[in-house]
Design a protein around this ligand. Structure first.
Ligand code: NAD
Ligand code: ZN
Ligand code: ZN
Length: 345
């Protein structure tokens, strides 16, 4: 089968690989019909993720058709159409029993990281009963690919951890796929204000179309002043960090209101300062989280009932044969205006 293989920092290729086989009774083999590329795949290609080693097939998002199941899989059978979760969960270990699937002792985010992933014709899914979801009849399978990772991540790490409530004010720093997914899911809770902040005017224009009440380009270094002006000097109840660099976490600390919450989503590769000398008396909360995908069943329902429409996040489509072009397009988003690139088998 064809597969996109990581060959160490800055190197990847489309190769012929053997089709995966069932290695544990709880496994399923899924024929991947649609997958996508995540910002995290670009982190891997920079060499930022040491658990992902040379020879690994990348990808942790997608939908497909079950090809075969192990003897212990009871929820799925060959031929079932399924959504693949970016997080694998045994459902039985201490952390799974707390619904903290991201820290499953034999799972978590392993797909396209420490085991082969979805950017291939077939993928082996461990703990299949807990890590796949049946696709409801009539659901749009392109839109569903957005439910493998970015929507649960934005909802759980940003909106829920950030305690977004009716009438509150929210700022989302970063208007990439994750920030935009936070913008979409924050609207479940009817906040009065959602301010989107980014350096890229193109992405801010998308944010306006997705329901932002205001957009701020932080290129001039005055984003904190602009947020304060817009919130009568109070700051925002929820500041969501959706970039993963020191400057954006600093900005969240400058704009959080007294009693507010900073919800970090971004993957941080370098040291970031926490300004307790300014925040110690501000009654704020700070949260961090790796996506657990506990919200996936709820997101599936909202998608099917059209309360959520993630399809406009898809900007480009490629065949698996052209996945190297897809990577080029996705890696140069400022020029190509790419958000999510869909890869079809
Ligand atoms: N916590 C989790 O479980 C989890 C899961 C998935 C992704 N992530 C992380 O979420 C982050 C966002 O993901 P994405 O796919 O949207 O990334 P992305 O790189 O596509 O988007 C980031 C956006 O931030 C903007 N930006 C960069 N520097 C900025 C600055 N100084 N000020 C304002 N805006 C700035 C960019 O223009 C871009 O639009 C990444 O760090 C990713 O690794 C975390
Ligand atoms: Zn991802
Ligand atoms: Zn577990």
């Amino acid at each position: 089968m064809k597969a996109l293989v990581y060959l160490g920092p800055h190197r990847k290729s489309l190769e012929d690989r053997p089709k995966p086989v069932i290695t544990a009774p709880t496994d399923a083999i899924v024929k991947v019909t649609r997958t996508t590329i995540c910002g995290t795949d670009l982190h891997i290609l920079k060499g930022d993720v040491p658990t992902c080693t040379s020879g690994r097939i990348l990808g942790h998002e997608g939908v497909g058709i079950v090809d075969a199941v192990g003897a212990a899989v009871t929820a799925f059978k060959a031929g079932d159409r399924v959504l693949i979760s970016c997080v694998s969960a045994c459902g039985k270990c201490v952390n799974c029993r707390r619904q903290m699937y991201s820290h499953c002792s034999t799972g978590g985010w392993i797909l396209g990281n420490s085991i082969d992933g979805t950017q291939a014709e077939f993928v082996r899914i461990p703990h299949a009963d807990m890590s796949l979801y049946p696709i409801p009849a009539g659901a749009d399978e392109e839109a569903l690919v957005m439910l493998s990772d970015i929507l649960p991540t934005a909802l759980e790490c940003g909106v829920l951890n950030g305690r977004v409530q009716p009438g509150c004010t929210v700022a989302i720093v970063g208007s990439g796929p994750i920030g935009l997914a936070a913008l979409l899911t924050a609207q479940f809770y009817s906040p009065a204000e959602i301010i989107m902040i980014d350096l890229d005017e193109g992405r801010l224009a998308v944010a306006k179309r997705f329901g932002a009440t205001a957009t701020i380009n932080s290129r001039d270094g005055k984003a904190a002043d602009a947020v304060m002006k817009r919130t009568a000097g109070l700051g925002v109840d929820t500041a969501i960090e959706a970039v993963g660099v020191p400057a954006t976490f600093e900005l969240c600390q400058q704009i959080v209101a007294a009693g507010g919450t900073i919800a970090n989503i971004g993957v941080h590769g370098v040291k970031v300062d926490l300004h307790l000398e300014q925040l110690w008396d501000r009654n704020i909360s700070l949260t961090t989280r790796l996506v657990d995908t506990v919200s996936t069943p709820m997101l599936l329902k909202t998608l099917c009932s059209q309360k959520l429409d993630p399809k406009p996040l898809i900007t480009h489509r490629f065949k698996l044969d052209h996945i190297l072009d897809a990577y080029e397009t996705f890696a140069h988003a400022a020029e190509t205006r790419a958000l999510k690139v869909l890869i079809e088998a």
